[in-house]
Ligand binder design. Structure first.
Ligand SMILES: Nc1ncnc2c1ncn2[C@@H]1O[C@H](COP(=O)(O)OP(=O)(O)OP(=O)(O)O)[C@@H](O)[C@H]1O
Ligand SMILES: [Mg+2]
Length: 249
């Protein structure tokens, strides 16, 4: 099971966001995608579930070209890919139990009691037991973020895409989410992609890194390789030293 991004091109009007980005999340691994704000990280992962279609290049999940799937195949794919959206994206009119159980109800393979149990289990995994009957407007931003993660894992997907899962969380909650990401990867063998600006989190969860810069892949490699990379753009980014990046070509 893998996600392969090949020579991805995407423009919006005159704005060329991706100009040949390639990267791969290998079977059972966690790929961390790094890149500045607005570099196209969220745009990239939206192609994986067919929310966006490439202008050129392709994305393969399990060897299948996403843009060539029929509507039915695409829905089947989405059931296997958990997606933690950057901005939680919970339905305001539904309780947390209804939000988290949405994918399970759509699958129609579980009884109400089973769904109830799985929802409670997933809320507990993100340290939110007892929040079943709350509405999104009644919880904090960080709790909404965690509820979004509970929803993404509820169907036990083979793949999980995390778009900034720990941004805005306090250090303790952040470490808890990092540990959850690790556990899903190690115990369940989930293949994952994590977008994050937080280098501590990144190094905690990554098996491999891809750095998106000016529309392309500037670096692809292991944590050890990125630690010792001498490309000033990579160094500047991971060390938070923009002066290194400015004069680089
Ligand atoms: N649907 C869209 N229509 C037009 N432009 C878009 C659309 N989606 C994204 N963009 C533009 O594409 C660029 C990349 O956006 P994207 O959301 O992928 O950035 P990002 O790397 O995720 O940044 P951040 O770290 O701030 O979340 C931005 O300039 C954004 O304005
Ligand atoms: Mg983003």
């Amino acid at each position: 099971m893998s996600i392969v991004i090949e020579d991805l091109h995407k423009s919006f009007g005159k704005k060329d966001v991706l100009t040949g980005f390639s990267a791969e999340a290998r079977d059972g691994e966690t790929l961390v995608i790094l890149g500045g704000s607005g570099s196209g990280k969220s745009v990239t992962i939206k192609h994986i579930v067919g929310l966006l279609v490439p202008d050129r290049g392709r994305v393969l999940v399990d060897g299948q070209i996403v843009a060539e799937l029929s509507q039915e195949e695409l829905f089947a794919l989405r059931r296997r890919v958990g997606y933690v959206f950057q901005f939680a994206a919970l339905f305001d009119s539904m309780t947390l139990a209804e939000n988290v159980g949405l994918g399970l109800r759509r699958q129609r393979s579980s009884s109400d009691a089973e769904i109830h149990e799985r929802v409670s289990e997933c809320l507990a995994l993100v340290d939110m037991e007892g929040f079943e009957d709350r509405y999104p407007s009644e919880i904090s931003g960080g709790q909404r973020k965690r509820a979004g993660i509970a929803r993404a894992i509820a169907t036990k997907p083979d793949y999980i895409l995390y778009d900034e899962p720990t941004t805005g969380l306090d250090p303790v909650t952040k470490a808890m989410i990092d540990n959850l990401i690790l556990r899903l990867s190690e115990e369940l063998g989930v293949t994952g992609i994590v977008i994050t600006h937080d280098m501590d989190s990144a190094f905690r969860v990554a098996d491999r890194f891809a750095m998106l810069h000016e529309g392309r892949c500037r670096f692809y490699g292991t944590p050890d390789e990125i630690r010792t990379a001498d490309d000033p753009v990579v160094r500047g980014f991971i060390e938070g030293r923009p002066e290194l990046m400015e004069n680089a070509t």
